[in-house]
Design a protein around this ligand. Structure first.
Ligand code: AMP
Length: 289
């Protein structure tokens, strides 16, 4: 595996890759890698000739400075894991490399419409602008044929799809399924911060989603299902931010208030705090992303 810390060096290398008519797959991450990340690299290896993974904890997407400071950094372990799936290239830039004028310097602003104000956007103001800024910068450097992202961060996938449209990029976005622990908890770098007791409790998020899925289509009101799941999580000791059943349509999402068309994509999404850790998860109830 090649390791690049400077964007000019990576660009030079990738120019040669392209000259040799090889396709490029890209998996951006913030590190503390787990099987969820590795599954994206495995998908990219199947679809493209040369796979680039980036590890960069992006300061502009953290609305909570404590969350940024506490974000786990495990680069040595990450490199070992990347080698197990034959990653071709790791891009490991510094904050200065990605933000020469500092993270608080002048940045572009993207019009993501209402998508950036709902769900994650409502509880993490500015988060998706930060995601847009860093993904745009990384895309300019890597110029991948295909970009691989996880359904776990569903709204992020929709934001990036809009970004690709806004910047008129030819890169194809591939959304890969959420990888889960044996008990159903969605894999996440943040899981490492849960105490052993909280880790056991954390499966309640998956259980709540499963319950919504079981009831889905059985005639119960969607809002009631969501409220029930919210209360269930509260009783389990969570501090839920949202439990929503949503329709994904024309690149954006809105709350489901009436029975959807058969062709519609419907998802249930949850964000909840447990043990000082913010966890998110979602499942598709019908259709595809
Ligand atoms: P992160 O390092 O959390 O920014 O995630 C980097 C990429 O990995 C994003 O596209 C995430 O959606 C994806 N990802 C994170 N967790 C999972 C998971 N459990 N299954 C599949 N993809 C994931």
């Amino acid at each position: 595996m090649y390791l690049f810390k400077r964007k000019t060096d990576l660009k030079k290398h990738l120019d040669l890759v392209r000259k040799n008519n090889k396709s490029i797959g890209f998996v951006p991450t913030m590190g503390a890698l787990h099987q969820g990340h590795l599954s994206l690299i495995q998908a990219a290896k199947k679809e493209t000739d040369v796979v680039v993974c980036s590890i960069f904890v992006n300061p502009t997407q953290f609305n909570d400075s404590k969350d940024f400071e506490k974000y786990p950094i495990t680069v040595d372990e990450d490199i070992k894991k990347l080698n197990t799936v034959s990653t071709d290239i790791l891009f490991l830039p510094s904050v200065e490399e990605m933000y020469p004028d500092g993270p608080n310097g002048q940045q572009p602003h993207y019009d993501f419409g209402n998508l950036e104000n709902l769900l994650e956007g409502e509880f993490r103001p500015g988060h998706f602008q930060g995601v847009g800024i860093i993904v745009h910068k990384l895309l300019d450097i890597v110029q991948p044929d295909q970009l691989f992202m996880g359904q776990k961060d569903l709204q992020q996938c929709l934001i990036v799809r809009q970004l690709l449209h806004i910047i008129q990029s030819n890169t194809k976005l591939v959304v890969c399924p959420t990888q889960r622990e044996a008990d159903g908890l969605a894999m996440s770098s943040r899981n490492a911060r849960l105490s052993p007791t909280a880790r056991k409790k954390a499966i309640a998020i998956y259980q709540a989603l499963q319950k919504i899925k079981q009831n889905y289509g059985k005639g119960l009101l969607f809002m009631e299902d969501a409220h029930e799941a919210f209360d269930f999580l509260k009783n389990e000791g969570f501090d839920p931010e949202y439990v929503d059943i949503l329709i994904v349509e024309n690149g954006t999402i809105h709350k489901l208030n009436e029975p959807p068309a058969e062709s519609a994509t419907v998802v249930a999404a949850i964000a909840a705090w447990l043990d000082g850790v913010r966890l998110i998860d979602n499942i598709i109830l019908q259709g595809r992303i």
